[in-house]
Design a protein around this ligand. Structure first.
Ligand SMILES: Nc1ncnc2c1ncn2[C@@H]1O[C@H](COP(=O)(O)OP(=O)(O)OP(=O)(O)O)[C@@H](O)[C@H]1O
Ligand code: SF4
Ligand SMILES: [Mg+2]
Length: 337
């Protein structure tokens, strides 16, 4: 467990990525608006950490900040991102770019916009080998075709010359994953890699990610709305609400006995025996807008356990047991229930 009480890597696993106190603000005409607030987590080599939470809670912003790929309207205003022990937020732009690919890679939420429509997929896949490994054109092509085969693209030799729009959604997602894992990164951030894909393709993509993780000891940060995917794929989970982590710990423990009313609400609202691919159902009410986060606990307007203290004192994320943490003043009431 790190100082933020977030799930840590056990002694058996070396830490691949550790994020501490990460805060991101949006620059708006009305002044800075916090969208990621003091987020911390760590993930070990070969392990998967899921970032879970409703739309707008800051999952993508967190991942983009870690990857150094934030939209120019957003800015990291605090924290550390330790990759192999080095704080990448303190690196210059050139050094930082050098990490993208071999150390840290990201699969974006939207596969179509993440691929360049005017270049063949083959040339896009070959590019990392040309840039990072200074491979010849022929060698890079060979590696790219191998990679296409590896991620299950049929007839890769022929499809090398195709353009992104000539691939189905599932195949484009495979291409993005292929591009991201080309240089065998030690950490992969996958932002909803299966949203918008049908259930069979979702399962294939998740299996592919699991294989890559096993083969290369890649650490995976998986962003998803899908509780079934988290339960099946992840070792650790960090549940986010309104820009911050409100509960974290080993998935099996958190799902069996959540220690935050928000996590409880997410789990309770899933019908028993729900199918794979089910997205998070809604808890009554909506999360606050980043410009209107209530004082005290951000969840209090929707929380069945809220009381006076919740309106005045923001609950810090605190350890509740080995490897577990909750940001609720009254977590014990859930644990005892
Ligand atoms: N480019 C942007 N410009 C302005 N606001 C943004 C931008 N991107 C995100 N936001 C805002 O920042 C907050 C966090 O957004 P983020 O995209 O990280 O949420 P998310 O958890 O990934 O949601 P989803 O599950 O819908 O992908 C939201 O309030 C969102 O409206
Ligand atoms: S601190 Fe209060 S409002 Fe927040 S989750 Fe706990 S009980 Fe609910
Ligand atoms: Mg997102």
């Amino acid at each position: 467990m790190n100082r933020h009480g977030t799930p840590g890597t056990s002694g058996a696993e070396s830490t691949a990525l550790e994020v501490r106190g990460l805060s991101v603000e949006l620059r708006t005409p009305g002044g800075p608006v916090p969208v990621v607030r003091d987020v911390g987590f760590s993930v070990g080599a070969g392990q998967t950490l899921a970032l879970l939470g409703e739309s707008g809670c800051g999952k993508s912003m967190t991942a983009q900040a870690v990857a150094g790929l934030l939209d120019p309207v957003a800015e990291v205003v605090g924290g550390q991102v330790l990759l192999g022990g080095r704080d990448v937020l303190r690196l210059g732009p050139r050094e930082r770019r050098g990490l993208a690919g071999p150390e840290l890679a990201m699969v974006f939420q939207d596969a179509l916009t993440a691929l360049n429509p005017v270049h063949t997929v083959g040339s896009q896949l070959a590019e990392p080998f040309r840039i990072h490994e200074r491979a010849s054109r022929g060698a890079a092509r060979e590696r790219a075709v191998e990679l296409m085969e590896r991620v299950g693209i049929p007839e890769p030799g022929l499809r090398f010359r195709s353009y992104p729009h000539q691939f189905s959604g599932g195949m484009r997602q495979r291409l993005l994953i292929a591009m991201a894992v080309a240089l065998r990164p030690s950490v992969l951030l996958a932002d909803e890699p299966t949203t918008a894909l049908d259930v069979t393709v979702q399962a294939q993509i998740m299996e592919l990610l699991a294989e890559l993780r096993r083969e290369t000891r890649m650490a995976l940060v998986l962003i998803t709305h899908d509780l079934a995917v988290v339960a099946e794929q992840a070792d650790q989970v960090a549940v986010m609400y309104s820009g911050t982590v409100v509960e974290s710990g080993p998935v099996a423990e958190v799902f069996a006995a959540p220690r935050h009313p928000y996590t409880r609400g997410l789990l309770d609202s899933v019908p028993a025996g729900h199918a794979r691919g089910t997205v998070l159902p809604s808890i009554e009410g909506a999360p606050p807008r980043p410009t209107a986060v209530p004082a005290g606990c951000a969840f209090r307007t929707r929380c069945p356990l809220a009381r006076e203290r919740c309106a005045t004192h923001e609950p810090p994320l605190s350890a509740t047991g080995p490897g577990r943490a909750s940001a609720c003043h009254y977590w014990k009431e859930l644990a005892d229930a």
